[in-house]
Design a protein around this ligand. Structure first.
Ligand code: GDP
Ligand code: IMO
Ligand code: MG
Length: 435
């Protein structure tokens, strides 16, 4: 006891990295439980920007155990590059652990991701093209190759051969690509395996032992509720479950090992890639928010689509995650607007209205946010360190959001830096329990 899951409550990029880094200061273990290097988690420390794709966002705390759980899909080349990049910047990576059961992204997964998107043409999902979907597909098909397989050359080669066989047809355009050569691939992955070997561990056991001695475990989510493969806006989703419940399967614990679930949400809404977005803005206000919020993908650099905060979707995210705390980030980005809007319902076709997130794809695609106007604020809020420091209208905005979804505030972000944050008694409650 205790464990806290920190998950995205929108379409990703809500600021999870910053929050995990903050909570990691007082935690014993941080474990990522799903996704792969489709994620890009940013931490800004004393002006230095760190963008992490696979390594958990607790790594900047020297010696902190940071585990990549079994539910993550690992591109070993990206991981070794990330380790090297951090080392070059003087970061101690000795706390890194990699689950032997995590699945590996192989060169052919990247090719299949590209080919799949190309085939869809205009209907593309807008994936990060990092091979995430094809890797999870192989995992489900029991053709996956796991981190532990890196340690045995003959097993590795056999498994690659078996996995490649059913893909021959789709991989035909890449037949001459040297990356597909069985021997070269085996050799390459063996070399990467040697590099990663010191970090390979039984990450579930590390978590159990920490919980047994009352340490604090942070389960770090990637992506967000609306990108969840079951609960999100399918098929415009990622290929894993990213709700808090996935922390159980992806880290190897039971539901009772998660005591708090904090959902991270921007004070507005963004999305990268295709798919429905009921509160999307298409005017110059979208450009203003994008520019002020730096809304460009951490992983792919793509401009993020921007819109008003969608409280219908947020209430849904609270439900499917069992949120016990809300983290509202980037409140500072809304400063200076006369009026701030939130969606409190959806308008569908033929005058239909919805106050719950519709389960039917065609309805979500056509839904437009029914907006409620709230008064804005002009004052610079980046120096606020308690809710009382905020202008009345900013505080009222937060109260409105928290009341609407029925979840108390844990943190409020007022700037990108790690110190630009307001922590509430919800945070103190957890940190106190962990002490
Ligand atoms: P993640 O994927 O959820 O970790 O989020 P990203 O790192 O992809 O995107 C969040 C972006 O917002 C990063 O550039 C952060 O540095 C930045 N950020 C986080 N919190 C705040 C905040 O409260 N205010 C501002 N202005 N920026 C923030
Ligand atoms: P973090 O952890 C935002 C989106 C992609 C695409 C869809 C499927 O930084 O919040 P995939 O490559 O996963 O098959 O792409 O999911 N996507 C993200 N969007 N933040 C992320 O991660 C994302 N990871 C995937 O843009 O729409
Ligand atoms: Mg991100």
């Amino acid at each position: 006891m205790p464990g806290v899951a920190i998950v995205g409550a929108q379409w990703g990029d809500e600021g999870k990295g910053k929050v995990v880094d903050l909570v990691a200061e007082r935690s014993d273990v941080v474990i990522r439980f799903q996704g792969g290097n489709n994620a890009g988690h940013t931490i800004v420390r004393r002006g230095d920007v760190f963008k992490l794709h696979l390594i958990p966002s607790g790594i900047l705390h020297a010696g902190r155990i940071c585990a990549i759980g079994n539910g993550v899909v690992v591109n070993p080349r990206v991981l070794t590059e990330e380790i090297d990049g951090l080392k070059r910047r003087g970061v101690d990576t000795s706390g890194l652990r990699i689950s032997a059961n995590a699945h590996l992204i192989m060169p052919y997964h990247l090719m299949l991701d590209h080919a799949g998107e190309a085939k869809l043409g205009k209907l593309e999902i807008g994936t990060t093209r990092r091979g995430i979907g094809p890797c999870y597909a192989d995992k489900a098909a029991r053709l996956g190759i796991r981190v532990q397989d890196l340690l045995d050359e003959s097993i590795l080669k056999k498994k690659i051969m078996t996995a490649l066989d059913p893909k021959q047809q789709s991989l035909r355009p890449y037949a001459k690509d040297p990356l597909l050569d069985l021997h070269a691939m085996t050799e390459d992955y063996r070399t990467l395996g040697h590099r990663l070997e010191p970090y390979i561990a039984d990450t579930s056991r590390i978590v159990w032992e920490t919980l047994d001695r009352d340490g604090l475990v942070v389960y770090e989510g990637a992506q967000g509720a609306l990108l969840d493969i079951d609960q999100g806006t399918y098929p415009f989703v990622t290929s894993s479950n990213c709700v808090a419940g996935a922390a159980c399967a992806g880290a190897g614990v039971g539901p009772k090992d998660i005591h708090e679930v904090w959902g991270v949400v921007k004070a507005y809404q963004t999305r990268v890639g295709s798919g429905p977005f009921p509160t999307e803005l298409h005017d110059e206000l979208a450009d203003t928010i994008r520019a002020r919020g730096g809304e460009y993908g951490t992983t792919t650099g793509r401009p993020r689509r921007c819109g008003w905060l969608d409280l219908v979707a947020l209430r849904y995210a609270a439900r499917i995650n069992g949120l016990t705390g809300l983290v509202v980030t980037k409140l500072d980005v809304l400063t200076g607007l006369d009026t701030v809007y939130v969606a409190t319902g959806y308008l569908g076709s033929e005058g239909a209205t919805f106050d719950e997130f519709p389960y039917h794809q065609s309805i979500v695609h056509k839904a437009r946010g029914e907006l409620t106007a709230l008064p804005g604020w002009d004052e610079d809020i980046t120096g606020a360190r308690s809710l009382d420091d905020l202008p009345d209208n900013a505080r009222r905005y937060l109260e409105y959001v928290s009341d609407f979804v029925g979840v108390p505030l844990a943190f409020v972000g007022v700037g990108p830096g790690r110190e630009e944050i307001i922590a509430t008694e919800v945070v103190e409650g957890l940190m106190g329990a962990a002490a």
